[in-house]
Design a protein around this ligand. Structure first.
Ligand code: M6R
Length: 610
């Protein structure tokens, strides 16, 4: 998604802005730009289509210098990726603006502004905002008042950074629905879409709340809330290091993140287990009270987080005996739904800023839920602020667009949630201790699976020239297959679909031929024999099978059947374990295809627009 950086300082801010954009690259973007107010109080701008490195080159050949500036990476929503659609947008050489979000009433505003004599240079929804600020400046006293006036006209979501050449040492920032942080320096202030962008210049951050407008100068920061009342927002000291976003010698962030899973899982478990029991208060002060009453669980999430929810639902019904429904947030938010008594609403999100997940939570808060719980990786996110109970996944920052360690730590967290609820539904201490033992064994077991990387890399070669792939699983391994298919399609651009293996003969079997690899997840559980029959059906029709199986599953290699045997035992941790080889398979296929693994085309890390 779009990324914003801005600064007001004594020094030349261009290097800070460029470095900030580089650090926001992981969010996904297609073009970038930067504008500063120079010593002659003129707004200077450069914009490019493509990567931030290209912006660096352009800046090197025609450097911009100035103490006040804004910069942006754009992820196209309205208007194709192009230089003229890239931000910052400037109105009549006086006001420059960067925007993240979507202005829903941009067409109506554009019509009004054309009638008022404005000419448009882009197809974006953003240009109406810079024009609106310019227009307001004709009657308002200063930039702050003009931004207030302009934002009154806007419907939709925005994070904004605005500068005005007649007030060269001032930056106004506003947020509604899209995240924005303020970084505090010494005699200088910064804004950005997230803290990573600013870690080289500060560790002190203020997280703007929805509706806030900040008036920022070198030596002062004043924040108004949505009712335009002065507010004091707390200053947070980040514990992240500036080098948190380096690849530590790995070729890609995704590979680093796959290999950091044993550690990330260990971090997720730390302090959450005491005397072989889950520490329920880790979910929040009221967790015990809420879990005791919980009769049903509703989970809402998007993408990979949704898949984590599907696996959790299997656990919840099997272990806690509590009905659990999972829904894609973008569907749930617009659907009339019925809430049964004492239902706990659980949102799952890596970023905590996914627009649909947040909107679903807002809907839930207006419905009759017992309470709301966020399972989230970002402590200071909109989702954690808006939820009554919070459980942090502690995966550490995830930079690769394809989610890996966030997923496995979500599963670990959700398993702890299941045990915590099950405790009040009759789970014995001994059973709880057994589940805790399974959890504690995970880091070592994931580590063992990572050792199969060379075998998986070899297997990946067979996929490189394929256009389609089918993933099969049953029970809690269907979402594992879904996650494997999502990973493959998002980073290698091979069309991949997951099916419940039992559904094969109801349609997808028609697709099977020697050009369609079929990937199956085959743990040695009660469904293994059923799955084997499904795989026979594929084999009989000339399909090429790639099976990830338990050592004890008695699935053997033969013509057109490739088997990777995983050091075998089956327990509730198996969906987590079987996810790892599928992550590696997707990764190596994408490497062979030469794809842009950490920033796949058209995708964004944190989807802050609908
Ligand atoms: O930050 P979130 O977990 O809310 O993000 C949800 C999805 O956008 C995300 O999981 C997406 O599907 C990933 N790119 C998948 O790898």
């Amino acid at each position: 998604m779009c990324g914003i950086v801005g600064a007001v300082a004594q020094r030349d801010v261009s290097p800070v802005l460029l470095e900030g954009l580089k650090r926001l690259e992981y969010r996904g973007y297609d073009s970038a730009g930067l504008a500063v107010i120079d010593d002659n109080e003129t707004i200077q701008r450069i914009r490019i289509l493509g990567k931030v490195n290209h912006l660096y080159e352009k800046h090197e050949s025609s450097p911009l210098t100035g103490g006040t500036g804004i910069a942006h990476t754009r992820w196209a929503t309205h208007g194709k990726p192009s230089v003229h659609n890239a931000h910052p947008h400037i109105c009549r050489n006086q006001v420059a603006l960067v925007h993240n979000g979507i202005i829903e009433n941009h067409s109506a505003l554009r019509e009004q502004q054309i009638t008022a004599g404005f000419e448009f240079e882009s197809e974006t929804d953003t240009e109406v905002v810079v024009n609106a600020v310019y227009q307001a400046l004709e009657t308002e006293t200063d930039l702050l008042q003009a931004v207030i006036e302009a934002t009154r006209q806007l419907e939709g979501a925005y994070a904004l950074g605005v500068i005005n050449n007649s007030e060269p040492h001032r930056l106004v920032a506003a947020r509604k629905g899209s995240p924005l942080v303020i970084g505090i320096g010494i005699g200088e202030y910064f804004i950005a879409s997230d803290v990573f962008a600013l870690l080289p210049v500060t560790q002190q951050f203020i997280f703007l709340e929805d509706g806030d407008i900040a008036d920022i100068r070198r030596d002062s920061l004043v924040i108004y809330d949505k009712n335009l009342q002065l507010v004091d927002r707390p200053v947070n000291i980040s514990e992240l290091n500036a080098d948190v976003a380096d690849k530590s010698g790995y070729r890609h962030y995704m590979l680093k993140e796959i290999f950091s899973q044993p550690n990330a899982i260990a971090e997720s478990l730390e302090n959450r287990i005491q005397d072989n029991r889950i520490v329920v208060s880790e979910f929040g002060q009221d967790a015990e009270k809420v879990f005791k009453k919980t009769n049903t669980v509703k989970i809402s999430a998007c993408g990979t987080s949704y898949h984590a929810g599907l696996i959790a639902a299997c656990w919840m019904e099997e272990i806690a005996n509590v009905p659990c429904h999972v829904e894609i947030a973008s569907e749930y938010r617009y659907r009339k739904s019925v809430v049964s008594d004492n239902t706990l609403f659980v949102s799952i999100s890596q970023s905590g800023e996914t627009a649909d997940t947040l909107a679903a939570l807002q809907k839930a808060k207006q419905s009759d839920y017992l309470s709301t719980l966020a399972i989230c990786n970002v402590a200071e996110s909109s989702l954690t602020r808006e939820s009554e109970l919070v459980f942090l996944t502690h995966a550490g920052p995830e930079i690769g667009v394809a989610s890996t360690k966030a997923f496995t730590t979500q599963l670990v967290s959700l398993f702890m949630l299941v045990i915590a609820i099950a405790r009040y539904k009759g789970l014995s201490n001994d059973q709880e201790a057994e589940f805790v033992k399974q959890l504690e064994s995970l880091p070592g077991r994931v580590n063992q699976i990572l050792q199969y990387k060379d075998k998986i890399e070899t297997m990946a070669k067979d996929f490189a020239d394929k256009h389609h792939a089918l993933f099969l699983g049953r029970g809690s391994f269907l979402p594992v297959a879904m996650e494997g298919a999502l990973k493959l399609k998002e980073i290698s651009y091979i069309h991949a679909e997951a099916y419940a293996a039992g559904e094969l003969k109801h349609g997808p079997l028609a697709l099977v031929d020697d050009d369609m690899p079929v990937v199956a997840v085959a743990p040695n559980n009660n469904l293994l024999e059923k799955l084997k029959s499904n795989l026979e059906e594929v084999h009989a029709r000339g399909g090429e099978l790639y099976i990830f199986a338990d050592k004890s599953s008695e699935v053997e290699v033969s013509e057109n059947i490739h088997v990777l045997k995983i050091n075998g035992f089956y327990d509730f941790m198996a969906p987590i374990l079987y996810t790892v080889p599928l992550q590696l398979l997707a990764y190596y296929v994408a490497v062979i295809k030469g794809a842009d693994i950490d920033q796949p085309r058209n995708l964004a890390k944190s989807v802050t627009v609908e």
